[in-house]
Ligand binder design. Structure first.
Ligand code: DSN
Length: 419
C-alpha cells in the first residue's frame, strides 16, 4: 500500500493547501539515529545522557528560526502546529479565561475552537466577525470584540487564508487592552519568511506559532517564534511546551527543520513570490472557465490558497471526490456562510499552489490545471479519462525546487519497503 500511495502522488496534481514536499537533504535527516533518541528539556538542561550533539543541533535550529523570522525567541521542539498552539494556550491562559479567535467557518483552525485545543484548555472562545465580501475579519467588528471582551490572549491566523489579517488596524485596540497577541502562521509561514503576505512580529504580534510543512516546506513538525514582552512571558512559553504539552520532541524532524530553515533563508523569497503568482494565475484561469472563485474583486488571493464555491456543480463533496478520481487532490471546505455541521458536504473547495510551485510549475501551467478541473467539475467528463491526461501532464513535474540539490526527482530515489 505504501508503494501505491507513492505512485498515487507521483501521478497526481497535489493541491491540499496544508501539505508540501520535504527537500532531499531534510529527508536524509529524518532517517538518522536522531529518530531513536530522547532529549527532554532544553540544551544543557537535559534529563538524559547522550545529548551532546542534540544540544548543538537544537541551538543551531533555534538560531536559524530566529534569523528567518527576525525574532528574539524560538522554540523548535513542538511536534506539530497544534502542539505548538497547545503550548501557547498552556503558557498564557488559565481554564475559564476568554480568548478571542477567528471562526471555524471563516477559515480558522480547529485548535482555536471549543471542540479543539481551546476547549480542552477550558477556555471560552469569542469569535471575531467576518466580512465575506473582503474574505477577511471585519475591522470595526473585531476592534469592538477586543475592546468588549478584553481577552488575555487574542488569536489571529487561519487555515483558509486568502488575505493578510489587518493587524495594524487592530493594534491600538489590543495595546489598550493589554492582550498577548498570538498569530497562528501555519499556512503562511513560508510566505511571511519569504517577505510576502505580512510580517506579524512587526505588526504588534508577540507570539507566532506554526506547523513547518505548508508554505514553509519542512518536515511535519511545529515551532514557536516570538518577541516576548518580558522574561516572565518567555519562561511561561518555555514551560508551556515542556513539561506543559510535550515530553520528548522529535529530534530527527527538528534537525530536518534546520535544513528547511536554511533552505528558506536562501530560496524562500523566490519561492514565496512564485507561489503567490501561481495562486493568482490559477484563480484567474478557473474564473475564466466558469468557476465561482471567491474574492474575485480583490484578485482572488494574496497567498497560496484559493476557495471556490461549487454548490452549482454538485457541492464540495462531489467535486473533491470526482477530482480525486482524476488524480487531482484537493479538499472540500466550509465557506464562510456554511454551518460547521455541514463540514462533510460543504459548499466549497480549498486549493493550494505551494506544492505545485515546489515541483516547478509556473503561471502558464495553471491554465492546464484549471482546464483539467473544468473538464471534471463543470463539463462532467469521465474523471478516469481526464486522469490519464493528468498523469501525462505530471510527468514533466517530478523534480523538487527551491532547495539544496535542486532538481532531484522526488519519487525516483525511493526503495520503499511496502506495507
Ligand atoms: N487541518 C490542516 C489544514 O489542512 O489546514 C491544518 O492543520
Amino acid at each position: 500500500m505504501a508503494k501505491k500511495h507513492t505512485e498515487l502522488f507521483r501521478n497526481s496534481i497535489p493541491m491540499i493547501a496544508s501539505e508540501n514536499l520535504l527537500s532531499p537533504l531534510a529527508r536524509e535527516l529524518m532517517v538518522t539515529d536522531l529518530h531513536n533518541r530522547y532529549a527532554e528539556g532544553l540544551p544543557g538542561e537535559r534529563y538524559y545522557q547522550g545529548n551532546e550533539f542534540v544540544d548543538l543541533i537544537e541551538l543551531k535550529v533555534q538560531e536559524l528560526a530566529k534569523k528567518l523570522f527576525r525574532a528574539n525567541y524560538a522554540d523548535v521542539r513542538p511536534v506539530s502546529g497544534t502542539n505548538a498552539n497547545m503550548g501557547v494556550l498552556f503558557a498564557l491562559t488559565k481554564p475559564g479565561d476568554m480568548i478571542t479567535v477567528p471562526g471555524v467557518a471563516a477559515g480558522a483552525h480547529i485548535s482555536s475552537a471549543k471542540f479543539g485545543a481551546v476547549g480542552l484548555r477550558g477556555l471560552q472562545p469569542i469569535e471575531y466577525p467576518f466580512d465575506v465580501e473582503e474574505m477577511n475579519l471585519d475591522i470595526d467588528g473585531t476592534i469592538k470584540v477586543i475592546k468588549e471582551v478584553r481577552p488575555k490572549l487574542a488569536l489571529f491566523g487561519q487555515s483558509v487564508y486568502l488575505f493578510p489579517t489587518p493587524l495594524k488596524e487592530f493594534r491600538d485596540a489590543f495595546e489598550e487592552v493589554g492582550s498577548h497577541v498570538w498569530y497562528d502562521a501555519a499556512h503562511v509561514a513560508g510566505l511571511i519568511a519569504g517577505g510576502k503576505f505580512q510580517d506579524p512580529l512587526r505588526e504588534g504580534v508577540e507570539v507566532m506559532t506554526m506547523s513547518t510543512h505548508k508554505t514553509l516546506p519542512g518536515p511535519q513538525h511545529g515551532m514557536i517564534v516570538a518577541n516576548p514582552r518580558d522574561e516572565k512571558t518567555e519562561r511561561k512559553l518555555i514551560y508551556g511546551v515542556f513539561p506543559g504539552v510535550l515530553s520528548n520532541h522529535h529530534l530527527n524532524a527538528m534537525a530536518a527543520l534546520g535544513v528547511a530553515l536554511a533552505e528558506h533563508i536562501q530560496f524562500g523569497e523566490r519561492y514565496a513570490e512564485q507561489i503567490v503568482r501561481n495562486s493568482k494565475a490559477l484563480g484567474q484561469a478557473l474564473y475564466e472557465r466558469g468557476f465561482k472563485v471567491l474574492a474575485e474583486k480583490k484578485g482572488f488571493t494574496e497567498s497560496h490558497t484559493l476557495v471556490v464555491d461549487v454548490r452549482e456543480h454538485g457541492g464540495g463533496k462531489f467535486a473533491a471526490e470526482a477530482l480525486e478520481e482524476a488524480y487531482i487532490i484537493v479538499n472540500k471546505n466550509l465557506l464562510p456562510w456554511d454551518d460547521v455541521n455541514t463540514a462533510l458536504d460543504p459548499s466549497g473547495l480549498r486549493l493550494g499552489t505551494q506544492e505545485l510551485t515546489r515541483i516547478g510549475m509556473k503561471e502558464n501551467d495553471m491554465q492546464d490545471v484549471a482546464e483539467f478541473m473544468k473538464r471534471v467539475v463543470i463539463d462532467k467528463e469521465d474523471p478516469k479519462k481526464v486522469g490519464e491526461d493528468v498523469k501525462a501532464f505530471k510527468e514533466d513535474f517530478q523534480a523538487i525546487h527551491y532547495c539544496f540539490k535542486e532538481g532531484t526527482r522526488m519519487y525516483d530515489y525511493e526503495e520503499l519497503v511496502d506495507l
